[in-house]
Write a protein that binds this ligand. Sequence first.
Ligand SMILES: [Fe+2]
Ligand SMILES: [Fe+2]
Length: 134
Amino acid sequence: MAMIWSPKLALGIESVDREHQQLVVLINELDAAIKSGKGNQVVGGAVDRLSSYTVMHFGREEKLFAQHGYAESAAHKLEHKAFIDKVAEFKAGLERGRLGLSYSIMTYLEEWIQKHILTVDKKYVPFMQGKGVK
Ligand SMILES: [Fe+2]
Ligand SMILES: [Fe+2]
């Protein structure tokens, strides 16, 4: 199942939307790598790209929280950590050669991203817009 970027995922903060769009691209690349049957090395590369981009994006959001004193920062950061842990678990599974596991984790990642954007990220939008974040 590939993930589709849709306007309903756009939150109205351009810099954030651009990064979310890129996250969807990287999730789809990972999905395609798994389906290509090219094996763990190709899939591993796609996991690494998703993982580093995610760390960068979460870091940027968390920096905004700190800069502007966002009250729900702690709970939001815990959500980010859960995702990063899941990606690490995915990578560890791959290294043990358990590609079959990837299908269920793929579904988890896709669902998590959509839900996170539409509920948890969405919450900070009015606050950040009030602070002039674009
Ligand atoms: Fe986000
Ligand atoms: Fe977030």
